[in-house]
Write a protein that binds this ligand. Structure first.
Ligand SMILES: Nc1ncnc2c1ncn2[C@@H]1O[C@H](COP(=O)(O)OP(=O)(O)OP(=O)(O)O)[C@@H](O)[C@H]1O
Ligand SMILES: [Mg+2]
Length: 226
């Protein structure tokens, strides 16, 4: 599903080059639930941006679902992302002038889906927010906003769901709810799930934990029990 070979990401130029990712090799099979952990600044968000095709590596190769990102134009990457990848951010990123339902419809409308409204309603119902369809983001709690963002990310039935600290701005209870939704939808749809997190309680639930330190994979294996 995801294949990284010798991926490095350098920032800056001349004498002020910062190596954010340094020769990362990674293979994540389809359907896996993997977490990325590591200290602040270790390159976790950068890694996710590369796998999403939002950013490009300075060196190395990235393939997602057999597609070689290095051979794709920005437009091709954007189209691929719109169709196959769902993304959830720490700070929800909902459109404030749109209702919950409209926010969830956006990705489908971009694909020209005529059933957008019905599909979006279905997803909102799955995240327990059918009654809030007509509400705007400011009228929703943080946990509710994140559930809308999850409905939006899954509405295309992506084969890959990337989440960067999806519970980072939430209290423990809302965080647990959000995570349990991610896991449920992943199970039902067979989605590959890659979650960046600081929280051990989340990493423990993953099948695999990838630890980044200074832009390198410092550890990679099954989540420790307990
Ligand atoms: N646009 C940028 N310009 C300059 N430096 C950047 C930029 N984006 C990231 N960095 C640097 O790259 C390094 C890795 O950043 P990244 O955001 O990937 O870390 P992270 O592991 O996600 O950290 P956190 O846990 O704090 O979110 C950091 O040192 C950061 O300062
Ligand atoms: Mg980050």
């Amino acid at each position: 599903m995801i294949e990284l070979r010798g991926v490095s990401r350098l920032l800056g130029s001349g004498e002020r080059v910062l190596t954010v990712l340094d020769g990362v090799d990674l293979t994540i099979p389809g359907g896996q639930f993997a977490c990325v952990v590591g200290p602040s600044g270790s390159g976790k968000s950068t890694l996710l941006g590369l796998i999403a095709g939002i950013d490009r590596p300075s060196r190395g190769e990235i393939r997602v679902a057999g597609q070689d990102f290095g051979r794709m134009s920005e437009d091709e990457l954007a189209a691929f992302r719109g169709r196959w990848i769902g993304i959830v951010f720490q700070s929800f990123h909902l459109i404030s002038t749109m209702t919950a339902l409209e926010n969830v419809q956006v990705p489908l409308e971009l694909l020209g889906d005529l059933d957008a409204r019905a599909r979006a309603s279905e997803l909102l119902e799955r995240v327990g927010l059918a009654a809030r369809a007509g509400h705007y983001p400011v009228q929703l709690s943080g946990g509710e906003q994140q559930r809308v963002a999850i409905a939006r990310a899954f509405v295309n039935q992506p084969s890959l769901l990337l989440a960067d600290e999806p519970t980072g701005n939430l209290d423990t209870k809302s965080g647990e709810q959000v995570l349990s939704l991610l896991r449920q939808l992943r199970r039902d749809l067979g989605t590959t799930l890659l979650v960046v997190t600081h929280e051990r309680s989340i990493a423990r639930l993953a099948e695999r934990v990838i630890t980044l330190v200074d832009g390198r994979v410092a550890a990679d294996g099954p989540a420790e029990a307990g």
